[in-house]
Design a protein around this ligand. Sequence first.
Ligand SMILES: [Zn+2]
Length: 507
Amino acid sequence: MAEFKKTAIPVTREEDYPQWYLEVIKAGELAENSDVRGCMVIKPWGYTIWENMQRELDQMFKDTGHVNAYFPLFIPLEYLQQEADHVEGFAKECAVVTHHRLSVNSEGKLVPDGKLDEPLVVRPTSETIIGASYAKWVNSYRDLPVLINQWANVVRWEMRTRLFLRTTEFLWQEGHTVHATREEAMEETYKMLNVYKEFAEKVLALPVIEGEKSESERFPGAVSTYSIEAMMQDKKALQSGTSHFLGQNFAKASKIKFQSKEGREEFAWTTSWGVSTRLIGALVMAHSDDNGLILPPRIAPAHIVLLPIFKDENEKKAVNEYIDEIKKEISGLRLFDRKIVILVDNRDIRGGEKNWYWIKKGVPLKIEVGPKDVEKNSLAVVKRNDPDLKKNFIGRDEFIKNLIVTLSTMQDEIFEKALKFRNENTIEIDNYDDFKKIFTPKNEEKPELHGCFARSHWCGNRKCEEAIKEELKVTVRNIPMSEKESEGKCIYCGAKSSKRVIFAKSY
Ligand SMILES: [Zn+2]
């Protein structure tokens, strides 16, 4: 008797969540570690997800008046030094270029040569290098606002890395804007936070909480930092995007000055905002199951995969003709402005293996097509987000007629499921004993699913936040904008507090 395989991923979420995460990425062929420590290779399936994210976000940036540009990878050391908090925040993670040449030594080995007079920093973020350009471009109030985004890679020397979530080099976008007034810059900061929220919820089917970060988690050099936070299936939070109000700090550092309408010389107000390939990690951890990836249709590299089944040449011909007709009928259809992408897997491998391959890759609709289906003019459709992976026999015309509705409904179902999970695991907690209990793992050795998003009062004192972090590895994720003022006492010290915040463990 064939061995019954319980799930397609060798480790379940329940057994070992961190390992499950890595196995899903491997089985889904999203990315792998490279020989360069901490740097990943993003494989085509993973990169297509990133391209889909880029396209959707880029349109949203352009719809809100932004344009793209590109700035240098290298930052002169002196630029980074201009903003004290900024340099303190990033100094430990900077990769530094000190030489510009290689030469062959007496043992025949390549060695760095040509020492630079001033070292160059590989950008960990681009406020300072972009600020140098802005200082030249901005002279009058007529030059404002500047609304620019850059798609780029950045490098932050991480000691403990994990695919997509924390890598030494990663891909991202960084928006950098300049404004004449504080109010306008604040408005931009909120606007882009909302763009991220809309993108996360509509496109990634990822419910998020938008709010302000506490001082300790603020972007180095910013006046205030706002984030969207999502809950993963291990109940930890993943910061999924940030928008920073930089006040005049970076304008002063880079000397971005302009002549106001009244003829006064003033420092400008700036913002920056970004999301990264980390979002791919968020998708994996929020939606996937013990059989592998589950991808929301709007972001999936392909919407449909067709698996032809035949025993001989005659059947093959009939099945392939049938598949060609279906492809043709679907070719004009679009889901939210993106053409429906259909793959046909013609590889000469066993049917079972082929089936599981596509389940693990998370294609929303998997369809087997055999001679019987051709005869009946129907299709055997499996929806990836159906936990039972049930085969549904649907008439061909009906399937095509309802295809867009089917995919949109799946998108909504994936969002609703994640939202339900988050709501069930968001708990109002008002005493520290309960707080401690929910955030204490029952077995320290074995990773387990525990904790929650705790909605608790916090007095705003950094000391309380640090004490909780020290004891339980729990931090203030953000101070939600949706949270109304309410009288209460700090969960840690009992001092008066006027608002609940979100406490959680995080990535
Ligand atoms: Zn307190």
